[in-house]
Write a protein that binds this ligand. Structure first.
Ligand code: SF4
Ligand code: SF4
Length: 407
């Protein structure tokens, strides 16, 4: 939405009941009503009505919001907090009241040009490939240096020729540029499960980066993605990142729903990985944009069973980990404090190894930082759930075509 577009008067929907306070990470951190959904809504509505002058404290408390959307789920009056927040944040940036750091402004420009962004992050892929994950956010992995997910999918499609449902796959900007081994795993898992995978090469960043920072440019990206995805004759558009899937879903609505790839696989009943004798234990964390953005119930249990690991939900699995897209870059102290409470259980968790599994790469970055910054002092592995379903090397397409899963 353009920042100058007037919003309907959603503020008056708020009954001030306070149900949202208990789920808000910044209210739980500070106990400050202004740092809660109800408080922020009140500041914005008072300013919109002209009863409160433009105030640096309104800007401060707006910037403090993680954007986790837990308050939307908790709200009995269905106040569309996320829409109000996105609109306000764009407005503050557009009028100079809030200014994202230069690095984020440069990154926002770069993600709009996937070819350049992929080239710019080649050193990150190289370091990760060499096992030199030097930054606190760079979790372990071996991404291909030059081959794109689109090229890889074409290669595997020709080799295996699956005959089941056909999906278009959103590869994402940061996911493709830095963490494409997860995209490759996604392609393998889908094809093993007899799903035909199409990767539109003219797709671009979903626009979530601009939404998180309040910068302009999201609408141009949405237009490009509508042109890339809407003409395709596919049964579903799938994403392996809940935040990107949520954002692309808004772009393609109402014409084509976007499915989380794990939900899609849950309907098919994925091939199970056997791990006889494994003592590993999988703790599952649910990304905010999956359960509060896409409003999914969670990750399908049959998908988690198919990993072959003993699994359970992590404590506070539906609470924010503090990543918030780029919140852990803009507000690192808050993000670390939120993560500290959420990750403490890992120090005592049973399992050899202990695996923290989730379905959003920015959450994976945040969870990896718990170990890199000393919040968690014992070894643990951070994985995308799709990687735990991955046949990894040689595989055969499941012989029986699964029932068609459609949009
Ligand atoms: S989006 Fe999250 S951090 Fe922001 S007000 Fe709502 S619950 Fe609090
Ligand atoms: S839960 Fe909804 S109605 Fe209640 S205070 Fe929060 S935003 Fe307002």
């Amino acid at each position: 939405m353009h920042p100058n577009t007037p919003l309907p008067d959603y503020f008056s929907n708020c009954t001030h009941c306070g149900f949202c306070l208990a789920v808000c990470p910044t209210y739980k951190l500070t106990g400050d009503e202004n740092n809660s959904p109800r408080g922020r809504l009140r500041l914005w509505s008072e300013e919109a009505a002209g009863r409160l002058p433009q105030d640096k404290w309104t800007d401060f408390y707006t910037d403090e919001c993680v954007g986790c959307l837990a308050c939307e789920t908790a709200c009995p009056a269905q106040v569309p907090y996320g829409e109000l927040f996105e609109h306000t944040r764009h407005d503050l940036v557009a009028t100079g009241r809030s200014k994202p750091p230069l690095a984020l402004r440069l990154a926002a420009a770069a993600v709009a040009q996937p070819a350049w962004f992929n080239l710019a992050l080649l050193p990150a892929r190289l370091l990760r490939n060499l096992g030199l994950s030097l930054h606190r956010f760079l979790f372990k992995g071996r991404p291909a240096l030059l081959q794109s997910t689109a090229a890889y999918a074409r290669e595997l499609m020709q080799e295996h020729r699956p005959t089941g449902p056909r999906v278009a796959f959103l590869t994402g900007c940061l996911m493709e540029a830095a963490f494409r081994e997860i995209n490759f795993a996604t392609v393998r898992v889908l094809i093993e499960n007899n799903v035909q995978v199409v990767v539109p090469e003219d797709q671009t960043c979903c626009g979530a980066f601009q939404e998180h920072t309040g910068l302009t440019g999201a609408e141009a990206l949405r237009t490009r993605n509508r042109a890339a995805f809407l003409p395709l004759a596919v049964d579903a558009v799938v994403s392996n990142s809940s935040g990107c899937g949520y954002s692309l879903g808004k772009s393609l609505a109402p014409d084509k729903p976007v499915r989380d790839v794990l939900a899609f696989l849950g309907e098919l009943g994925p091939v199970r990985r056997d791990r006889p004798g494994s003592k590993a234990r999988l703790y599952v964390d649910l990304p905010c944009h999956l359960v509060h953005g896409q409003k999914a119930a969670g990750i399908p249990p049959n998908v988690l069973d198919a990993t072959g690991y003993a699994w359970e939900l992590a404590p506070s699995a539906r609470d924010c980990c503090g990543s918030g897209g780029v919140y852990n870059i803009q507000k690192p102290e808050n993000a670390r404090a939120i993560l500290a409470g959420k990750s403490a259980f890992l120090n005592e968790a049973e399992g050899a190894p202990v695996i923290l599994g989730t379905s959003n790469h920015v959450c994976m970055m945040q969870w990896h930082s718990a170990g890199a910054t000393g919040l968690v002092t014992r070894p643990y592995q951070v994985s995308h759930i799709i990687q735990l379903l991955d046949p990894v090397a040689g595989f055969a397409v499941r012989p029986k075509a699964p029932a068609s899963a459609t949009c």
